[in-house]
Ligand binder design. Structure first.
Ligand code: NDP
Ligand code: MG
Length: 394
């Protein structure tokens, strides 16, 4: 089947998902080309990307990196500052935004792209976590198709294709369990950022790697699944599957279970999101089931890793609670990476913010942005309470 050629804007092109996206483009130049790229601090990589992919314009948020990129690329591409993120998102002349900035920074550019009627290939799960209600409303209003890149949600999307919507009984998200699976709470008090960044199966950016270690990544994915597939929180389950071969499962009303499988390689769900609703042949690594041999499953340890339950609780609370959860998590993760708080301080900072920040309806972008700002401020101020391994507020 011949598919149309798609012109992409890759937001966060210097990151892990961005680089994988450009590898998909590199392998399929007949199907994809790049018009816009954005990055933050990695000037050298952005310069290489401009030379190879010849975008019309790039946005580089960090000032020093931007000057370096400008000097190196000359007339080859327009080089914009951070305000270029929303400006480029709103431009007419591209087809699909690959939304792969990390964290809350992804929300406003993605919103602009939806308003401009673009297709969205979404890696930035935080956009749906903080503003699920606003985003789903905008998608309907602008008739925009959003296809998830997150491997679990790509799996679910592939499982439900062709099925009547009412037949979905339960979504089962698989989780690798992260680098600390099986550890006790006492052991977690002394883990370092370097330990936490060593993910067993996936190579990813630092923020999502820490989220995987705390199980917050799965919590964020529960919220993402709720908004993407309109499934009630009580019908979303999580099962730990350390091999990361089954990317997720859907149980139907007749008891049938469908799963989607493959090697843990983000190029595959990126390729699917970009080629959807077609399937375009590609030669990514195949899963050799006989060699893989064993697939195992276990319950997540919700007590040792409280972030998963905090995410479920925030989804149940509704309104701006997931935005508060997300903001406090971003603050907690950054503080852990700087060495300012121990690993168990991350859920402690989040629980505190959820307890103490006001929760309001989250039906406008402005309320979400304000909730994020307040929660971030609150969480930053609370950090000194969690600087030692004693994680109860002192
Ligand atoms: P990375 O940290 O590797 O990349 C983030 C990208 O965003 C980089 O291009 C970075 O620029 C840029 N960036 C960082 N901060 C800002 C900012 N404040 N303003 C503008 N740009 C910024 O992240 P990942 O690629 O790992 O993850 C991206 C998103 O995809 C996340 O939401 C994550 O949860 C999701 N995701 C990732 C998966 C993975 O395998 N990595 C899997 C599923 C989902 P620079 O590098 O130049 O500083
Ligand atoms: Mg995932």
């Amino acid at each position: 089947m011949s598919a149309e050629h798609k012109i992409l804007a890759v937001f966060g092109s210097t990151g892990s998902i961005g680089r994988n996206t450009l590898e998909v483009v590199r392998r399929h130049p007949e199907h994809f080309s790049v018009r816009y790229l954005t990055g933050n601090s990695n000037a050298d990589l952005m310069i290489e990307q401009v030379k190879e992919f010849r975008p019309a314009a790039v946005a580089v948020t960090d000032g020093e990196a931007r000057r370096k990129v400008r000097d190196a690329v000359g007339e080859q591409a327009e080089v914009l500052d951070g305000s270029g993120l929303t400006e480029l998102a709103a431009r007419e002349d591209y087809h699909t935004m690959v939304s792969s900035l990390v964290g809350f920074a992804g929300l406003l550019p993605t919103t602009e792209a939806i308003r401009a009627g673009k297709h969205i290939a979404l890696a930035n799960k935080e956009t749906l976590v903080v503003a699920g209600e606003v985003i789903t409303g905008l998608l309907r209003e602008h008739g925009v198709q959003l296809v998830p890149i997150d491997s679990e949600h790509s799996a679910i999307q592939q499982c439900i294709v062709g099925e009547p919507a009412q037949s979905v009984a339960r979504i089962i998200l698989t989780a690798s369990g992260g680098p600390f699976r099986g550890r006790s709470a006492a052991e977690l008090e002394h883990v370092t950022p370097a330990d936490a960044l060593k993910h067993p199966n996936w190579s990813m950016g630092s923020k999502i790697s820490i989220d995987s270690a705390t199980l917050m990544n799965k919590g964020l994915e529960v919220i993402e699944a709720h908004w993407l597939f309109d499934v009630a929180p009580g019908d979303i389950d999580v099962v730990v599957h350390p091999q990361s071969i089954i990317h997720s499962m859907v149980e139907f009303s007749d008891g049938s279970l469908k799963a989607q499988l493959g090697v843990p390689d983000m190029k595959i769900p990126i390729h699917y999101a970009l080629t959807w609703p077609d399937r375009i042949a590609a030669d990514y690594e195949r899963a050799d089931m006989a060699r893989i041999g064993t697939l195992t499953f276990e319950e997540p340890d919700r007590e040792t890793f409280p972030c998963l339950q905090l995410a479920f609780d925030s989804l149940q609370a509704g309104g701006t609670a997931p935005a508060v959860l997300n903001a406090a998590n971003e603050v907690g993760v950054a503080a852990f990476l700087r060495g300012d708080i121990p690993f168990p301080g991350i859920p402690a900072v989040i629980a505190d913010a959820l307890d103490r920040c006001d929760i309001r309806p989250a039906d406008t972008l402005e309320t979400v942005v304000e909730a994020d700002r307040e929660a971030r401020e609150f969480a930053e101020a609370s950090l000194p309470h969690y600087s030692s391994v004693t994680t109860t507020r002192t």
